[in-house]
Design a binder for this molecule. Structure first.
Ligand code: FES
Length: 145
């Protein structure tokens, strides 16, 4: 049912934890399944994501997608991080079963929420970034299958 990569990231998740005084923190949840994800970003003066950590209170696919999403944005610029969609995360994991696609959306939204927090704290606008939703369950159908 799950790819080797999903199982690997579920069993050995990368970048678990939190960052004290993070540049941006984003928390999103899905009211339907009750899962919650929080992402911490440390962004330097050049706008490069130097460190990223996550905490996920959720299913195995949510843990695996958060882990992969943090790996994909680490060391990247904000603009590059904006390209890390749930589809990109799923591809990097060699796919997810259709019923688990919404879990990857949680990862994308949590990164966006953390970037939004960073932008607000610094009074900047990140192109293409929309105000995050704290509950994404109503928008699951928009997920890219
Ligand atoms: Fe909700 Fe996976 S079942 S995030």
């Amino acid at each position: 049912m799950y790819s080797d990569k999903v199982m690997d990231h579920f069993q050995n998740p990368r970048n678990v934890g939190e960052i004290e005084d993070a540049s941006g923190v984003g928390t999103v949840g899905n009211a339907k399944c009750g899962d919650i994800m929080r992402i911490y970003l440390e962004i330097d003066d050049e706008g490069i994501i130097r460190d990223v950590k996550f905490k996920t209170f959720g299913c195995g696919a949510a843990v695996a997608t958060s882990s992969m999403a943090t790996e994909l944005v680490k060391g990247k610029s904000i603009r590059e991080a904006m390209l890390v969609t749930n589809k990109a995360v799923m591809e990097a994991l060699d796919g997810l079963p259709p019923v688990k696609v919404h879990c990857s959306l949680l990862a994308e939204e949590a990164i966006h929420a953390a970037l939004w927090d960073y932008a607000e704290k610094n009074g900047i606008v990140i192109e293409g970034l929309e105000r995050p939703r704290s509950d994404i369950s109503e928008h699951e159908e928009e997920a890219a299958y």
